[in-house]
Design a protein around this ligand. Structure first.
Ligand code: GAP
Length: 520
């Protein structure tokens, strides 16, 4: 597994991802996708849209009906009536516990700030606890293996250690220190010069507030959506009434979401502005457990089909105590990022919670009407919902990490992104071997023909080996080179990125040859 530094550096160097507003010092938690990055992310979203919505042709695995179940799309507004967020529970409960450091002005998620005490072990095995000061550092509560010590920490530990000569130092977790006023007063925060600078944890709502219209008072408050899902629920009736869909069916949406994360981190992994690809799949209550299993497997396999390495991808079923009170099941698709195993997508069985909440708050009847149900009592009902909810930025980052390789070709090291052709930003590069003898003209003609079908790049500058390597780094699956034989025999070489193997084929066969392999 490559280091995150190498991936971040490639992203910046080759124009995949830049810091937002970089010339002004950036904005924490916001990222810009450069010319290669925008293509990668668009390709990922397009693959999702095509596979889940536009080209979806899956028969009803659960009910056994021969026709495919319905999958339709939606593009709802980012700004919605604030009552949506009251009904969904986001106004009341979409928060993280937060502590502030009064000295450094840093803000931490209380559940991501590990507190530990020092212990000294004497040669005879006797343990002395040092209770003068506790240390807080970003990390997992209750764990001490990866604690990251800051300079003031180190200084203090060194001076304490002087008084315990001959004893071995170890650290012990103090799990609830931030909640306890007495203990909190002893905590030395990361970067702080003295203990006791952290505030008590308090709930911090993650929604960005804004005002709609000219008046900036309480009546004009609304929020940037923290998920795309609620746009789907509030349109459930509209879609049922217009799209001729029948339960079971799904509505998919791709779009921006905003969360005022306390600690944006790990590059684009946890950002304040990001994109989601969400499906709300509506089914009968008695079939929901089966559909839940179906979507879990289907979504996990989707990443594999796009080339993600199986050994890096995991499907983790949540423990009962991790589930929201209404949820009947939840699983995460997780990826082994260089910074640890982390969530790419969640698949949740949300029962009828969301539709029921919106029905109660809006006073509108959101029940589905099944005109083919013989039992009159059972015709109207609230469907249950399976929600596969994926992050486009996290997906793009995972595919970048998975594709990143350094290998040796002909005695030379190269960096190569082994991206699936569907995801590759540029599908083919076309080069004249040299910049003379009519080769550039021929290469440009080929470039223009191919460009009608997919994203092609033309490059005539520099040694051919360097041009290949630039494309390897960009993840371009094929390079076509025009040489002397092209002009005499009408053939070109096609070099494949991963194997570096070259084949010679006729110019007239080029488009179908590449099209087959790229899937265009
Ligand atoms: N509607 C359900 C929902 O929003 P979530 O687990 O909060 O569930 C779903 O988010 C997905 O959205 C996550 O699996 C992740 O891929 C992406 N996501 C959530 N918060 C994110 C953030 N701060 N930065 C980037 N992606 C994020």
């Amino acid at each position: 597994m490559e280091s995150m530094e190498k991936i971040v550096s490639l992203c910046k160097r080759r124009g995949f991802i830049f810091q937002s507003s970089e010339i002004y010092g950036g904005l924490n938690g916001a990222w810009d996708y450069g010319p290669l990055g925008v293509e990668l992310k668009r390709n990922l979203k397009q693959a999702w849209w095509d596979d889940m919505i536009a080209h979806h042709d899956e028969t009803q695995a659960v009910t056994g009906a021969p026709s495919p179940f319905g999958m339709v799309g939606l593009d709802s507004a980012l700004l919605m009536n604030p009552k949506v967020w009251e009904a969904s529970g986001h106004v009341g409960g979409f928060s993280d516990p937060m502590v502030d450091d009064r000295e450094t002005r840093a803000r931490y998620r209380a559940d991501q700030l590990a507190v530990f005490a020092l212990e000294f072990v004497a040669a005879d095995g006797g343990v002395t606890s040092y209770d003068g000061v506790l240390f807080a550092a970003p990390g997992e509560i209750g764990k001490t293996d990866d604690v990251e010590l800051f300079e003031p920490h180190r200084k203090r530990i060194a001076s304490i250690q002087k008084n315990h000569a001959g004893k071995q130092l170890r650290v012990a977790a103090v799990p609830n220190a931030l909640q306890d006023e007495m203990l909190r007063a002893k905590v030395l925060a990361p970067g702080a010069s003295a203990p006791g600078t952290l505030t008590a944890p308090r709930a911090f709502n993650l929604m960005f507030k804004t005002h709609v219209g000219a008046l900036e008072d309480n009546s004009s408050i609304t929020y940037l959506r923290p998920e795309t899902a609620q746009g789907i629920f509030v349109n459930f009736k509209n879609v049922c009434d217009t799209a001729r869909v029948r339960v079971p069916f799904g509505i998919g949406q791709v779009g921006k979401a905003f969360r005022n994360e306390i600690n944006p981190r790990n590059f684009t992994f946890r950002s304040r502005e990001f994109e989601q690809m969400e499906i709300e799949f509506f089914c009968r209550a008695n079939e929901s457990a089966d559909w839940y299993r179906y979507w879990r497997e289907r979504r996990y396999n989707w990443y594999l089909a796009l080339g993600m390495r199986r050994e890096n991808l995991h499907l983790r079923e949540h423990e009962k105590d991790e589930l929201a009170h209404y949820a009947a099941g939840c699983a995460d698709v997780e990826y082994d990022f260089p910074f640890g195993r982390s969530e790419l997508e969640g698949i949740a069985n949300r029962a009828d919670f969301d539709l029921r909440q919106h029905m109660q708050t809006s006073g509108k009847d959101l029940r589905y009407f099944d005109d083919q149900e013989p039992d009159e009592q059972a015709r109207r009902y609230l469907p249950h919902v399976i929600e596969p909810s994926a992050g486009a930025d996290r997906g793009a980052l995972a595919f970048l990490c998975d594709a990143y390789h350094e290998d040796e070709i002909g005695g030379e090291m190269r960096t190569v992104l082994k991206l699936h052709p569907r995801l590759a930003p540029i599908k083919t590069a076309v080069f004249p071997l040299v910049k003379k003898d009519g080769m550039p003209e021929k290469a440009l003609a080929i470039y223009r023909t191919l460009k009608r079908h997919f994203n092609v790049y033309y490059d005539e500058k520099g040694a051919i080996g360097r041009r290949y390597r630039r494309q390897d780094e960009a993840g371009t699956p094929f390079c076509v080179t025009v040489d002397g034989d092209t002009l005499t025999a009408g053939t070109v070489t096609v070099r494949e990125r991963d194997s570096c193997e070259q084949v010679r084929i006729g110019v007239s066969e080029l488009q179908p040859y590449l099209g087959d392999r790229i899937g265009a």
